[in-house]
Design a protein around this ligand. Sequence first.
Ligand code: NAD
Length: 360
Amino acid sequence: MAHKITLIPGDGIGPEVTSAARRCIEATGVKIEWDEVIAGQAAQDQSGNILPENVLESIRKNKVALKGPIITPIAGGFRSVNVAIRQALDLYACVRPAKSYAGVNSSYKNIDLVVIRENTEDLYAGIEFQEGETQTRDLIQLIEKYSQKKLRLDSAISIKPISKYASERIVRFAFEYALKFGRKKVTAVHKANIMKFTDGLFLKTAREVAGEYTAKITFEEAIVDNMAMQLVKVPRNYDVLVLPNLYGDIISDLCAGLVGGLGISPGANIGDGIAVFEAVHGAAPKYQGLNKVNPTAMILSGVLMLRYLREDKAAERLEEAVKDVLAEGKFVTYDLKPNRNDPTSAGTREMAEAIIKNLK
Ligand code: NAD
């Protein structure tokens, strides 16, 4: 039976990279019925709504989506459509593997890390109070009353909620992920030495959950600033990292940098029985329509999607084909060439074509 998948082409380079990924996924022979829906700038232009309700309905119905990047409008409306989708569907786990591939220029080799980021709370909850507003001044007074600490009246305030519920489910997700994919160690990353209540709760909960898994998976703790240094010094000492939202955002980009950058970094946003697969990179509007950008991140997001659909063999074949094309270094986009102005660089379509030809 065909898998029903929601396809969101997205903005900027989104339609080009999702089309490349779609062709590669279809070439594996896995039967997919795509339900294409429009979100982002095109939806805004068509209907005045950047995230139409039928987009969320389609994902809720099909349970799996492949999504291109969507621009974040500078002013008005949603803080970010991407964050809105994650929150509306409670896609609480953001999974970002960072893996070295031969042929990709990077200072490090043989990296194989997975960053698991909590996706629904922390400073990303979007609870902010603007400087100078009456509410903000009221809040400042309230905080002073309860904390006995002085705040400057011209402060802006962001709220950092961290719950036991969300901490428990993300840490459990990380351990279950480690078990499922044969990983050996989970490191919980925090700043509980300073943020004793919020990060403290995350860490205490992580320790409790880890207790259920210690027979099979090693558990470690790391303070986020030290983690950043250790990842740059000895990245191979780490395996699966689990972090609250903001640290997860920053550390996952650091890890993408360790293996060669945005062009090859896939991602998934996963909830209970529902998942949206997307590259880590954004819409790169300056390259829109030029058939120039690297489709690898989106194709590898497709590999993660195939694994999620339990199409392991197809996932393996597609990843191998990507590896072969990267290692050969011939039919790759400009960003993977030693000289970015190399006139022999492949276009987005041509690189996808080479990957399809390498499918075994
Ligand atoms: P970006 O990732 O779009 O671009 C940063 C730079 O990375 C680009 O100039 C380009 O040089 C490079 N790059 C990105 N993808 C590439 C690819 N596939 N191949 C080769 N090079 C690539 O980040 P940005 O400029 O900060 O964001 C542009 C827009 O995308 C913003 O509106 C932002 O909000 C949005 N965005 C969306 C998502 C998402 O949908 N999940 C993620 C990040 C950014």
